[in-house]
Design a protein. Structure first.
Lengths: 142, 142
DNA sequence: CTGATTGCAAAAATTTTGCAAGCCT
DNA sequence: AGGCTTGCAAAATTTTTGCAATCAG
């Protein structure tokens, strides 16, 4: 579905913003980029990224996550627990979330594009991405 | 804009679900209901609610927040930090979030209704509420 | 080289839990 | 009265910070 930016491109964005490419950041970037639909919390990211770069420290993951959020590469979202999970910030994310069991289904279409246009005009905002979530009960939980 | 349920009505929902109305819960409920557009984190809620009911303990706030979330009266969302903030779960929430300064503008209409209908059919979901957020840069930050 | 970045360990902050006492119905 | 709820204090988690050593450019 969505065309994701390659890890190379993301590295480029890091550089353009004046940050260094370190093994720690690269590992986090790879983990994040390895699965378009991943929703990983900081602890997950640490575990995954350590497979690539074992020396990685926990604090560094937080710092990398913060940096990547600042660069609009990631975005934290709520998925039922008290810890944030991070998703790719690009484009749109469309979730159907079950309040009962927590299942998350992704769906494709949404007409946020049109609305986006008029909001840009109305509020003078420059819009880059969006999140649309519906909450309810899934088939199984009914 | 949205017609909010009165505190009385919410109390009723608590009761119907078989929970007791205690001063702690009432205080949290009042805080939550005092401002339609509040985005409070647990610590904020504790501080506010203690003005109403000073004996209130922190753990109780977490328990109340959890309960109210379960009853679909509240919903946690992430707004750029690592702690969740709680918003009224009713109906839809439509945010224009500035990545730069964090400002959140609410806008009124969105096309979620139509989509909601088709998603219910397609996935067998029973949809109760939704969240639509656009991310970008506000007028001032450009 | 040189400042940005890291890992570590310690400090903070947040969230969860156990339990006796207290309160709602 | 009886059981749900509470506040407290302690445990568990999660997040942030200070700093010397290291690394990318």
């Amino acid at each position: 579905m969505s065309t994701l930016q390659s890890t190379d491109h993301l590295i480029e964005r890091l550089r353009e913003a004046g940050y260094k490419l370190t093994p720690a950041r690269l590992a986090v970037l790879k983990v994040i980029n390895s699965d378009d639909h991943a929703h990983l919390n900081p602890t997950d990211v640490l575990a995954q990224a350590r497979k690539i770069y074992p020396k990685l420290g926990r604090a560094t993951v937080y710092r990398a996550l913060e940096l990547l959020t600042e660069l609009r590469i990631l975005r934290p979202i709520y998925m039922g627990e008290t810890t944030p999970r991070f998703i790719r910030a690009e484009g749109g994310h469309h979730h159907l979330v079950c309040n009962e069991c927590g299942e998350v289904i992704e769906f494709a279409e949404c007409m946020a594009g049109d609305l986006s246009q008029s909001l840009q005009e109305e509020f003078g905002f420059e819009i880059g991405s969006h999140l649309l979530e519906f909450y309810g009960r899934c088939r199984a939980c009914k």
